[in-house]
Design a protein around this ligand. Structure first.
Ligand SMILES: Nc1ncnc2c1ncn2[C@@H]1O[C@H](COP(=O)(O)OP(=O)(O)O)[C@@H](O)[C@H]1O
Ligand SMILES: [Mg+2]
Length: 604
């Protein structure tokens, strides 16, 4: 129920279309039963009860009189009936115009709601913390945004739109049934509670089944995403059979779940049909008794129309009884969507109120500790401070916690112990947006978006920077030269489907990006660890220009940046085990000296 109410929020902006859909369907259903009631005069002719309109049928009589009174003439039955045929055809055509209109409203309603859901989930997802992204697999996240929104739409397609149509149809038919014979109508209406009672237990099992199914589908997407993005690894290690097995297993589990659910869901239709037919036959039996009674309590024409009406009630009833089945599937998907939407965004969790524009004196770590989830702490007792303009180098073996340490600065993650201050203010008291605006990051894996060179350099702020500014940044980053040689210069499209760049070129684009934004605090996380020697000189030069006038945290080993750093922190298993300047640390002949020797020894 709560889920329905939350989905209704997405319906609200489109209330007009929804109303249009209902109105068109109501008119359509009314026209449908009216067209049907026009058959009664025909039946009366067949059963030799005259062509007249039955006189004792309440509003049905009134309606028929109004529509056909002038047309029917006992003395010329065939001509009369020809007139009726024209009216019937007209009515049916009109009914279909309305049903088509209703369909139009319904279709645009569904698609717009799906779009709104998709957009809302995407917007929200982007703003969730890094922690959320490392807890959730990419494939699962993609499945939520792409397929779960499609599935959630079905609830509106089936339940809101089709059910409105079916329900009005059923309602209009019942009104006519009661008009024709209240007693028979009463008998035939026992069908409704019977159907509800049989269907209900089925529904409860479907919901859980569908939820598991959505998850299985996410697993398929996950394997797919991992294989596509890691295809080189798969190929080089001959991992194809392993991936085949992972994929078939996920795919098989999905199929199994689907078959199980379908088996349950398929019960709804036959059950309805058997129950419905039983009721129809009951009506026939009871009606026949009334026809044979003396005096006859019902005329054969009415009984036949009644029977046909009851049979016509079955398809919409069947669809109505299946609607909750479809709804379970949608609700399972909606649940997964709302799970994302319920996760508070970084901005919602942010308690910071201070604004900062840069660093004026010091940034300090005070006894900072951090652990991912419940695992052992990754960082313990980190204490150091840096003055404006300092270059702090962080070295240590892989897994020592270097990246984790720098991720704390822009609050990608927050300390679980101690605090980090910028000019004396706890970073948690600083607005997240302000904090992110003063920190720039260049890391090992440069992400290039499928866009032009210019848009990639001025990422997310193409309007804010002029071509001259972009070009100046590119020149400082030693990137202008190779960009100028690209087929369309700064308009060349990069990224997965665009021009490929070498590792060093990508790095220089990333440096240009940082130079353009000009952040007072800069983090370089192994920005140059995967370069060849030729590129290294160009990148090194670019980096030196980038460092000038900034407070920098640099994670690197082979750089002269480290050698010249104002402070080197040696990290081992989350603790600072040594600190000082390059020459001091070499002289001390401790962990830094050993790391240095190791790295120099490994150099080609
Ligand atoms: N998102 C994460 N969730 C759980 N553990 C993590 C996560 N990121 C890193 N770790 C763990 O934290 C430790 C430090 O990682 P990291 O800071 O990346 O090291 P470094 O950058 O020095 O190589 C490693 O043991 C790593 O497995
Ligand atoms: Mg790292």
């Amino acid at each position: 129920m709560r889920l329905y109410r939350r989905l209704l929020v997405f319906l609200r902006p489109h209330a007009g279309r929804f109303a249009g859909n209902i109105a068109a369907n109501v008119v359509g259903a009314a026209l449908d039963v009216i067209a049907f009631s026009l058959l009664i005069p025909f039946l009366n002719v067949l059963f030799h009860t005259g062509i007249g309109i039955p006189q004792d049928k309440g509003w049905v009589t009134t309606l028929l009189n109004w529509l056909l009174g002038a047309l029917l003439d006992e003395r010329r039955p065939m001509q009369s009936l020809e007139g009726v045929i024209v009216i019937i055809v007209g009515m049916v055509a009109l009914k279909n115009v309305f049903l088509w209109l209703g369909g139009q409203f319904g279709a645009s309603l569904q698609e717009r709601i799906t779009r709104d859901l998709r957009d809302a989930v995407f917007r929200h997802m982007q703003r969730l913390s890094l922690g959320w992204f490392s807890r959730n697999k990419t494939g699962q996240v993609m499945a939520r945004i792409l397929t779960d929104t499609e599935q959630a739409k079905a609830i509106l397609a089936e339940v809101a739109t089709k059910s409105v149509q079916n329900f009005t149809q059923v309602l209009a038919t019942i009104v006519l049934l009661v008009g024709l014979s209240p007693r028979l109508a009463l008998i035939s209406l026992v069908i409704a509670p019977l159907i509800t009672l049989t269907i209900y237990p089925i529904l409860r099992r479907l919901r859980t089944g569908h939820r598991k199914l959505r998850n299985d589908y996410g697993e398929i997407t996950s394997v797919l995403q991992e294989v596509i993005s890691g295809i080189r690894l798969v190929k080089s290690f001959g991992g194809e059979p392993y991936e085949d097995q992972r994929f078939t297993s996920a795919s098989g589990s999905y199929t199994k779940g689907m078959v199980r659910i379908t088996r349950i869901a398929l019960l709804a239709g036959p059950l309805t049909e058997v129950l419905g037919t039983t009721v129809a036959v009951l009506v026939l039996w009871f009606g026949a008794k009334q026809v044979f009674a003396t005096p006859a309590q019902i005329d054969p024409g009415t009984l036949i129309s009644f029977m046909i009406l009851v049979m016509r009630l079955l398809p919409p009833l069947k669809q109505l009884s299946q609607a909750p089945t479809t709804a379970q599937q949608s609700l399972a998907a909606a649940e997964r969507l709302f799970e994302v939407l319920d996760e508070p965004t970084e901005a919602q969790k942010d308690k910071g109120t201070r604004d900062i524009v840069g660093l004026s004196s010091t940034i300090a770590f005070e006894d900072v500790g951090f652990s991912y989830g419940t695992d052992a702490p990754v960082l313990t007792g980190i204490t150091f401070s840096a003055t404006k303009g300092d270059v702090v180098a962080i070295v240590g073996s892989s897994g020592a916690g270097k990246s984790t340490l720098v991720d704390l600065i822009p609050r990608f993650i927050e300390p679980t112990a101690g605090r980090i201050t910028i000019d004396g203010a706890d970073t948690r008291d600083i607005k997240l947006s302000a904090l992110r605006a003063v920190t720039g990051i260049v890391s090992q894996d440069t992400v290039l978006f499928n866009d032009t060179v210019r848009a990639n350099i001025a990422y997310g702020a193409a309007q804010r920077f002029s071509q001259a500014q972009v070009e100046a940044a590119a020149r400082s980053a030693n990137a202008h030269e190779f960009i100028a040689q690209l087929p369309q210069g700064y308009d060349t499209v990069l990224g997965e489907r665009g021009t490929r760049l070498s590792g060093g070129q990508r790095q220089r684009i990333a440096i240009a990006r940082a130079l353009l934004v000009d952040p007072p605090l800069l983090i370089l996380d192994e920005a140059t660890s995967a370069l060849d020697t030729e590129n290294e000189r160009l990148v090194q030069e670019a980096i030196e220009r980038l460092l000038a006038g900034r407070t920098v945290f640099v994670i690197a080993h082979r750089l002269s940046t480290v050698t010249h750093a104002s402070q080197i922190l040696v990290l081992d298993r989350g603790r600072i085990v040594e600190r000082g300047r390059h020459a001091e640390l070499l002289a001390a002949n401790g962990p830094y000296a050993r790391l240095h020797a190791l790295q120099n020894g490994q150099r080609p």
